[in-house]
Design a protein around this ligand. Structure first.
Ligand code: SAH
Length: 505
């Protein structure tokens, strides 16, 4: 049997982008991932479908598994010949018990490697604008633990000694004891006015920072309800420097925004919102899957040369049409010389992915505008048109084409179904805490949102969201459903939708 190996891997502080390339590759190839409470679960989405994921907890006051149990899992899985990734928040060797795990592996003669990660203090300092060293006021950095020795009820660290370093102190796991820690530092000789800062959930959209001084920081922390996980910074470096606040000054920082697009497609909008600092709740309201009657597709493809126009009314239409088409034909040129119209810019972009340029893209993204643009361009009397659809039909467009006496065929290539939101974490958070905004990027997203209303009932205390629409058609559907519209994007594009959120939140 091939011998297994354990990688002790640092997952970084939370922001997915702060994972090393090496860690990312290991996550993709692991047989087993053993992970902690502070590991961002989004990082696990890149693992293999058959990868076993073992959560071992370690939340404060709640240990899902003891340290011995964790080590036993690592040894057992490696002995079974597996590639084991032991994924830890931050860096494995900074308050991560990586040393103990590596020692156990060495004793058991198990092959291992250690992959460092960005530790919380380094990340929190960067994201809160705290330069840990500075030529003028800090020549050293200390990483300390604020944890007490459980047997003796005294601190493991002699804070008094560290008060004398004159550098920046970064205190992990200290938030529950911040008052006595600050007092010890003052007793050790640090002036009560020494700057002190606390950063909670560093690098994530939920990051919170407070700045004060040694004497007052604990009451600020209590007042603002800051709890673990958080890092305490002490020293001149921890002075508030507004001009260094690049992260929490992003335009959508502090806003929780719901994305109601289909799961497969939400990525782009989510990325745009996150780049602007928002916390995104992706509600996968519907599931979209390929759905095409092979017999009908065969008939249509046999006659593909007889159509004058091919119309795509959605990006999914493009994606699944070519899925079906390229299963049958190897060469994209088999589609012939028909003209192609798309409903809007994003459907056009999807088409360009297949190196096909649309002949007609109406300025406005709506079925109405598409019909109108086609009729204005040329007579469609007695012309054969193929419309690619999902299971929700495109009556308005088809009626318009029929009115102009076109011969219209439709080909369904995908279907849309409701997802189960009862136990979905994002839906749960939405029900409990609400959101600052909901984005609707299509009429079908509005309809699915209404369909899912029963699973999205918010608590009384939850923040009531403002609703944003991507364009005219979506707004019409929202009005019909009595959803108040805070703003409609100036153009029906994701960029414009994000701009309207920035202007109105
Ligand atoms: N190995 C980890 C530290 C684990 S100890 C690392 O290198 O970062 C757990 C402590 O780390 C928490 O109590 C908190 O003090 C700190 N911490 C971890 N992630 C954090 C985050 N995103 N923001 C602020 N503090 C964090």
């Amino acid at each position: 049997m091939k011998s297994g190996k354990v990688y002790l891997v640092g997952a970084g502080p939370g922001d997915e982008g702060l994972l090393t390339v090496k860690a990312s590759k290991l996550i993709q190839s692991a047989d087993v991932i053993v992970y902690d409470y502070l590991v961002n679960e989004k990082l696990l989405s890149d693992c293999r479908n058959d990868c076993e994921k073992i959560y071992v907890g370690k939340e404060p006051h709640f240990h899902a598994k003891s340290q011995e149990e964790i080590e036993a899992i690592l040894v057992k899985k490696a002995k079974q010949g597996m590639l084991v990734v032991r994924l830890k928040g931050g860096d494995p060797f900074i308050f991560g018990r990586g040393g103990e795990e590596a020692t156990t592996l060495a004793k058991d003669k198990i092959d291992f490697e250690i992959v460092p990660g960005i530790t919380a203090a380094i990340a929190a300092a960067a994201y809160a604008g705290i330069p840990l060293t500075h030529r003028d006021f800090s020549s050293s950095v200390c990483f300390l633990t604020g944890h007490e020795n459980p047997d003796k009820h005294e601190f493991r660290v002699k804070f008094k000694t560290f008060a004398e370093t004159g550098g920046t102190l970064c205190i992990y796991m200290g938030i529950g004891k911040i008052e006595p820690i600050c007092q010890k530092l003052i007793d050790g000789g640090l002036p009560a006015k020494t700057p002190a800062a606390v950063v909670q959930w560093a690098t994530l959209p939920t990051q919170k920072c407070v700045f004060s001084n040694l004497a007052k920081i604990s009451s600020v922390v209590n007042h603002d309800g800051i709890t673990s996980p958080a890092i305490i910074f002490v020293g001149e470096a921890a002075k508030k420097k507004k001009q260094l606040h690049w992260f929490d000054s992003k335009p959508l920082f502090g806003n929780r925004i719901v994305v109601t697009r289909r799961n497969e497609q939400s990525g782009e909008l989510t990325k745009l919102l996150e780049n602007n600092g928002a916390e995104v709740l992706e509600l996968p309201l519907i599931k979209i899957t390929k759905s095409c009657d092979a017999g009908i597709a065969d008939e249509v493809f046999k006659e593909i040369g007889s159509y004058e126009w091919l119309i795509f009314t959605s990006t999914n239409g493009v994606k699944y049409f070519f899925d079906v088409f390229l299963e049958k034909f190897k060469d994209i040129r088999s589609i012939g010389f028909l003209k192609i119209a798309v409903i809007g810019a994003s459907t056009g972009s999807e088409l360009r992915k297949f190196h096909i340029w649309p002949d007609l893209v109406p300025k406005e993204s709506s079925a109405d505008a598409l019909g109108k643009a086609l009729i204005e361009r040329e007579s469609i009397d007695n012309i054969k048109i193929l419309v690619i659809t999902g299971n929700q039909n495109r009556d308005t467009l088809i009626k318009k084409l029929h009115d102009e006496r076109a011969i219209v065929d439709t080909l369904q290539v995908y279907k849309t179904e409701k997802t189960d939101l009862k136990n979905h974490p994002a839906a749960k958070k939405f029900r409990e805490e609400g959101a600052d905004a909901i984005t609707f990027a299509s009429s079908s997203a509005v309809k699915s949102f209404i369909d899912q209303a029963a699973s999205l009932q918010m608590n009384k205390e939850a923040t009531k969201p403002k609703c944003f629409s991507i364009g005219k058609q979506t707004s019409d559907t929202m009005r019909k459903a009595n959803i108040p519209i805070e703003a409609e994007a100036k153009k029906a594009t994701l960029d414009a939708l994000v701009s309207s959120l920035i202007e109105n939140l």
